[in-house]
Design a protein around this ligand. Structure first.
Ligand code: HEM
Length: 429
């Protein structure tokens, strides 16, 4: 896509370096001069926002780790020590915990953008699948990070989620014991979670490198979904998209700051300010907001094993998306029925989130749940209906829609589309 770079070193040092490690040629060809469709809208700025959030999480996380102690007797207190005694420790911690939420807000926008504009379709299937892998690693990383403060929700969340593996036939109990490093969630569990929570963001960084590589082979998709036909359809990434991404990053940082400074615990759970107590089960065990839709799918199904399969299946099905969507047209803009179904799907995902936040039945901890009340049943029923709609979107709706829907005519090229939208200049009176 980028073609041979016309990089010419300007200084003597630049020439010396270029002959040994042509890194500036790579930067110029793959970043600054990279031909980018000229019609990308603000939904395309979330990739850059995500990259910034990954760096923010790495930097704040590494400094937090300098003051944190991964031991069941000290973890909770070490976090309080960070909050109270370490210079700007409160800021570091709030940036990191709210940063996780911001990271997920950005990734959800990024994923839905990809779904609306058909960015997963050929030739970007591998790019999409690396994205799904990134999302899975993000979920695992955030889950383990949440356990580290060793509050009540850390402990009980870890217990509920690790217990899910015990549903695997025959080997379930052994797998859970292996994950725990003992016979319950305890010090070895906390230690390995800390180790992995430190490691996985670097795995993420590597995957993001592959993601960008896979992006730069076919180049960006764009709001029309029409292929780039020539240099008239593109502009160099710099300065056009460095500026546009930069502006979006600044606006996103305002939202991040608003949470960090004005509502640092708004997205968290108050009971995580109680130290973990294995002898006292909280009445309502609920994961962080970004897991809620999947938690709702898990709880929608009364059978534990099938619930676990459905929950993991609801994420893994994303890998198959490029093949489930049979439409020849990429962008939802030209697909009148898909467009509506897409927005219904977004509402379904949000509804699942609400259902996931509903009252528990503690099913996974003891099978002697309290008799459910009406309110509880409503949450459950809504969750069940939404879960069916979620899967129906992927199958059979998407494959059938691609075959049955008649798309609107596509613009002949990106330039034609851009020029058609340009309003004629009105002469001054
Ligand atoms: C750490 C997380 C991630 C980072 C840093 C990241 C970064 C990027 C960047 C910089 C771009 C190009 C700009 C843009 O299109 O916004 C991009 C494009 C893309 N990403 Fe991601 N991404 C991440 C996660 C994901 C996930 C979870 C998915 C899907 C499940 C995904 C799917 C895609 C697709 C399909 C494109 C091509 C978009 C297009 O050209 O239309 N990414 N990503």
């Amino acid at each position: 896509m980028s073609g041979p770079s016309n990089y010419q070193p300007k200084s003597a040092f630049g020439k010396w370096m270029h002959e040994r490690l042509p890194i500036m040629e790579l930067v110029q060809g793959q970043a600054l001069d990279f031909p980018t469709p000229k019609n990308l809208n603000y939904w395309w700025t979330f990739g850059g926002i995500l990259a910034v959030m990954l760096v923010a999480q790495l930097v704040t996380g590494i400094v937090l780790a300098m003051h944190y102690t991964a031991h069941v007797d000290m973890a909770f207190d070490s976090v309080e020590h960070i909050m109270r005694d370490v210079n700007y420790g409160w800021l570091l911690r709030y940036l990191h915990s709210n940063g996780a939420s911001m990271f997920f807000i950005a990734v959800y926008v990024h994923i839905f953008r990809g779904m609306y504009y058909g960015s997963y379709k050929a030739p970007r299937e591998v790019l999409w699948m690396i994205g799904v892998l990134i999302y899975l690693v993000m979920m695992a990383t955030a889950f383990m990070g949440y356990v580290l403060p060793w509050g009540q929700m850390s402990f009980w969340g870890a217990k509920v989620i690790t217990n899910l593996f015990s549903a695997i036939p025959f080997v379930g109990e052994s797998v859970t014991t292996w994950l725990w490093g003992g016979y319950s969630v305890d010090n070895p569990t906390l230690n390995r979670f800390f180790s992995l929570h430190y490691l996985l963001p670097f795995v993420l960084a590597g995957l993001v490198g592959l993601h960008i590589w896979a992006l730069h082979v076919p180049g960006n998709n764009n709001p029309t979904g029409v292929n780039v036909r020539g240099s008239q359809d593109t502009v160099p990434f710099h300065p056009y998209y460095t500026m546009k991404d930069g502006f979006a990053i600044v606006v996103f940082m305002l939202l991040y700051s608003a949470f960090t400074f004005f509502g640092p615990n708004y997205l968290g759970d108050a009971i995580n300010y109680l130290p973990a107590n294995p002898l006292s089960t909280p009445s309502h065990i609920v994961p962080e907001w970004y897991y809620l839709p999947f938690y709702a799918i898990l709880r929608a199904i009364p059978n534990k094993l099938i619930g676990v399969i459905a929950m993991f299946g609801s994420i893994l099905i994303l890998f198959a998306l490029p093949w489930l969507d049979t439409s020849r047209v990429r962008s939802g803009t030209y697909r009148p029925i898909f467009k509506q179904i897409f927005w219904i799907f977004v509402v379904v995902c949000i509804t699942l989130g609400f259902a996931g936040s509903g009252p528990p039945d503690n099913y996974f901890l003891s099978h002697e749940a309290a008799p459910p009340d009406e309110w509880h049943l409503t949450y459950k029923l809504v969750g069940q209906i939404a879960a069916v709609c979620y899967f129906a979107f992927f199958f059979p709706i998407l494959p059938l829609l691609g075959l049955l829907e008649s798309p609107k005519p596509l613009p002949p090229s990106i330039s034609d589309d851009v020029l058609a939208k340009k309003k004629p200049l009105v002469p001054a009176e």
